[in-house]
Design a protein around this ligand. Sequence first.
Ligand SMILES: Cc1cc2nc3c(=O)[nH]c(=O)nc-3n(C[C@H](O)[C@H](O)[C@H](O)COP(=O)(O)OP(=O)(O)OC[C@H]3O[C@@H](n4cnc5c(N)ncnc54)[C@H](O)[C@@H]3O)c2cc1C
Length: 322
Amino acid sequence: MKDVIIGLFASAGYDRAAQGVAGAGRKLAAELGGKLHAVLLGVADEATKSAVASVVDVLTIADQAALQEYQTENYLSALAEICKAKQPAAVLLSNDTYSQELAPRLAHRLGGSAGADGLALSVVDGKVRVTRSVYGGKAMASIELKKSPAVVWLRSRAFDTAPARGTQAEISQATVELPAQLSATITERKVEAGDEARLEDAKIIVSGGRGLGGSEPFIELRKIADILGAQMGASRAACDSGWVPPSWQIGQTGKKVAPGLYIAVAIHGASQHLAGMSDSKCVAAINIDKDAPIFKHCRFGIVEDYRKVVPLLIERLKELKK
Ligand SMILES: Cc1cc2nc3c(=O)[nH]c(=O)nc-3n(C[C@H](O)[C@H](O)[C@H](O)COP(=O)(O)OP(=O)(O)OC[C@H]3O[C@@H](n4cnc5c(N)ncnc54)[C@H](O)[C@@H]3O)c2cc1C
């Protein structure tokens, strides 16, 4: 058992998260001395199929009618059946809600081990090790997954993308047996208005906290984000106050992000918030309190009222953009 399988959802396309999973898969397969397989679940467009086929060795497409839309039991059965046939050493998934839901169940079905929120992968004595951050990013844990296959979902942007191989993968179609009866069916699907690209994939995030005092200042922060081509985030306190949508929440119970630049405005830096953003490569913070914990985690810090700093920052960024 040396091969690695990456599980991808056609509905997401070959997005940055999928590219990171493929990158992690390629490195792990090289360490194990095996092949990199992709299983593409759902109906994919040609661009997605071809992008995936250019980076993996073997591509299996499972696109029968019942797999057109995500449904946990169907996707789990499909992935489990294909994995059982291929006997991989590891199955890697992205960090979206569906993958987080599937990973432990798949590990159970395959008699393997599950790993969550992987930031790095390695092979030690033939076993897959997952590195993840713990205690709100204060420490790193290295976890050996003893039972094979290791089924791990990975943090977005923590892994480089996979290089194209120059040749296309061997492609096959799989028709899998799906449960005759489902315990749950999707009756309605609502897309949240204004839902943008995935926060987990953002290269720059401008995030606001309770210190902003309301929803209005987020309009100002949005100006910074627009100039920088960034996405908006927030602390739980700001989301819970109803100033911004819950989907913006970053942290232990929110999204785990790892952008190149994270700008934290009027955010205290509680451990639960740090748990979601401490893998940011560069953190810049604006806070009126010089003792706010966020300053211990940032490269650039401004101790000042955001109401003074934000307008100046917008002006300066506009000038620089000219
Ligand atoms: C189980 C659990 C899970 C949690 N999960 C999350 C999570 O996922 N994400 C998360 O964020 N939190 C989470 N929390 C909540 C977390 O503990 C904090 O309460 C929250 O992060 C605080 O948000 P905040 O920093 O915006 O607000 P506050 O703690 O109120 O901090 C506001 C900051 O703004 C500064 N400020 C005030 N006025 C100004 C001004 N004019 N200019 C500049 N700075 C100013 C203050 O100095 C202060 O540092 C969780 C808590 C629990 C118990």
